[in-house]
Design a protein around this ligand. Structure first.
Ligand SMILES: *Cc1c(COP(=O)(O)O)cnc(C)c1O
Length: 404
């Protein structure tokens, strides 16, 4: 049977038609006034998205590269840094920092649990030699969205670095309000863009640190990126992924046309649908059932089922691409990405494919249990938004008031 390809992983994510169209435009030279207009618009929109007045630097790399640039540009060998580690990406920043000769103090939480900002504050208070703290916004390996506002407050005395690769554009983030010195992200998650471009914001405090940092840097030198952007015709230090920047420009336009609040609201709804559907299909959630965890949802597969086999079957039979777990969760969980260009029916069709495949693998699942549960939730969400629904809610409210 023919099946359409449905990409439901937390990066890369599906491209909206306008982004695909932009990505097919003829190649152009990046050293022109014409391209600089697009590039500066992209940078301005990224600053709007990160909610910062700080400079934003753009690199041709995946998000790991942009994060590496932060390590190279901010530190000297032997510097002590704190890394909040509650999943695969926290672990990546621990390893990267060590690879560059930094001394790492970890604040760990189990995979699937949030980082407690109070523990970050305590670790910093206990070790005044620490000069920076790093935290992941959405820990994509588990779906957990950490409390970055709390992290920013807890680490206000040191330089703060946040990896918002899969958080930015799906969950609220306010760099300046929350005191975040460096926010790193990339295009291929919630920003609905082909992979290849990553970026970060740099506070004044981070620029001061950059001036003293002694780790070697060249391709990712922030000073070179800043100078190139300050030139008469703003550009990147080296040849950028021109086609990806054109696509990112279109994606950001679409994001702001939908409106940031509407985008966050949609992701919250998708998170609820995913949790309700997976739970309805008999899976136990790894991602906690709270609205903040809105970008990706992870759940344990039933005993006797191999999660990776389930992922393969879902793709083979129904064309839906989901993903399994990594590290300690390999083979035990599936993850449903719902950040970016995803709607409610995308989530529901993924749930349908999961329950049909679970059944085929012999799990005691009644196909439809998960989808019905998600659809009931969707229908109550939709009703609450229709004029009738608003009247009903109003009437119910009045009645409650009358009775009390
Ligand atoms: C995707 C992701 C990254 C970056 O991965 P790349 O493969 O380098 O793009 C970093 N952190 C988190 C939390 C991610 O989800």
């Amino acid at each position: 049977m023919l099946s359409k390809h449905r990409l439901m992983v937390p990066g890369p994510t599906p491209l909206p038609p306008a982004v695909t169209a932009a990505a097919t435009r003829p190649m152009e030279d990046e050293r022109t006034v014409r391209f600089a207009a697009l590039f500066t618009r992209v940078v301005d929109n990224l600053r709007r998205l990160i909610r910062t007045e700080n400079e934003v630097l753009v690199f041709t790399s995946s998000t790991t590269g942009a994060f590496e640039s932060a390590v190279q540009n901010l530190f000297s060998p032997g510097d002590r840094v704190l890394v909040a580690n509650n999943g695969a990406f926290g672990q990546r920043w621990v390893e990267m920092s060590r690879a560059y000769g930094l001394e790492v103090v970890e604040v760990r939480a189990p995979w699937g649990e949030e980082i407690d900002p109070a523990r970050v504050a305590a670790a910093l208070a206990a070790d005044p030699g620490i000069t920076a703290a790093m935290c992941v916004h959405c820990e994509t390996s588990t779906g957990v969205v950490n409390d970055i506002q709390g992290f920013g407050e807890a680490a206000a005395g040191v330089l703060t670095l946040v990896d918002s690769a899969s958080g930015l554009g799906a969950c609220d983030l306010r760099a300046d309000e929350w005191g975040l010195d460096v926010v790193v992200s990339g295009g291929q998650k919630a920003l609905m863009t082909p992979p290849g471009v990553a970026f970060l914001s740099v506070s004044d405090r981070a620029w001061e640190r950059h001036a003293e940092a002694r780790l070697p840097r060249y391709y990712f030198d922030w000073g070179a990126a800043r100078d190139a952007y300050a030139a008469a015709i703003p550009r990147t230090s080296w040849t950028p992924a021109i086609g990806v920047l054109v696509a990112l420009d279109a994606a950001l336009e679409q994001l702001f046309a939908e409106g940031l609040d509407a985008v966050f609201d949609r992701h919250r709804t998708l998170g609820r649908l995913a949790r309700s559907g997976l739970r309805g299909a008999g899976l136990e959630l790894l991602t906690p059932a709270q609205d903040r965890h809105a970008s990706v949802t992870a759940a344990y597969v039933p005993d006797g089922i191999d999660a990776d086999q389930l992922v393969d079957l879902v793709a083979e039979r129904y064309g839906v691409q989901i993903v399994g777990g990594s590290g300690p969760l390999a083979g035990r969980i599936i993850r449903l990405g719902h950040c970016g260009y995803i709607d409610a029916l995308d989530v529901i069709s993924a749930i349908a494919a999961v329950e049909l495949s679970l059944r085929e693998l012999g799990a005691p699942v009644q196909p439809g249990a998960g989808t019905v549960s998600a659809m009931q939730l969707l229908s109550s969400t939709t009703e609450a938004r229709t004029p009738n629904g608003a009247l009903i809610a109003l009437a119910a409210g009045l009645e409650r008031e009358y009775q009390s």
